[in-house]
Design a protein around this ligand. Structure first.
Ligand SMILES: [Zn+2]
Length: 162
């Protein structure tokens, strides 16, 4: 799937890309510089030999360079949503608007209550690392589709959570 960035988002993405290319020239992004230079993308996040990118043309890209694979374009909504949410964490929060709105057969995510982010279980003054985490259940969408509701017949719509 391709994301539909509007002009305002593209402006932010181009600005971010320029900043990252400057980082590349300063030698600060050695693991991901090949793709950053070769393709019109921004680097979103790296870890454990993997890196995620967003293309200015709307691609979400996952690259397992640690195991010697080439970059691959993500096709599943959850994977794409996760990369967008990470980019939002990195300051490009306007990108969240490109994610699809909750369809009629979906429910607000019970894990994050639709906020897209995990609540912190413990709050400590020292905890400055990372900031919010993308919700593990909805992958940043804010909603989930239950498997049963996709099937035929009358779905059990009882929603009486105690
Ligand atoms: Zn969630």
């Amino acid at each position: 799937m391709l994301l539909q960035f509007d002009e305002r988002m593209l402006k932010s993405l181009r600005q971010r890309r320029d900043e990252q290319l400057a980082e590349v020239h300063a030698g600060r992004l050695p693991a991901v510089e090949d793709l950053l230079v070769a393709d019109e993308v921004i680097w979103v996040r790296s870890g454990f030999g993997n890196a995620s990118f967003l293309g200015l043309d709307g691609r979400a890209i996952f690259w397992n360079y640690g195991d010697g694979y080439g970059p691959e374009v993500l096709t599943d909504l959850q994977g794409v949503a996760c990369v967008v949410a990470w980019a939002a964490e990195g300051g490009l929060s306007e990108l969240l608007e490109v994610l699809p709105k909750m369809p009629s057969n979906a429910k607000t995510c019970r894990q994050c209550n639709g906020s897209r982010w995990m609540r912190k279980k413990k709050r400590t003054v020292q905890d400055q690392s990372g900031g919010p985490q993308v919700c593990h259940l909805c992958h940043g969408l804010g909603w989930t589709v239950t498997e049963q509701s996709v099937g035929h017949g009358a779905a059990d719509d009882a929603d009486s959570t105690g």
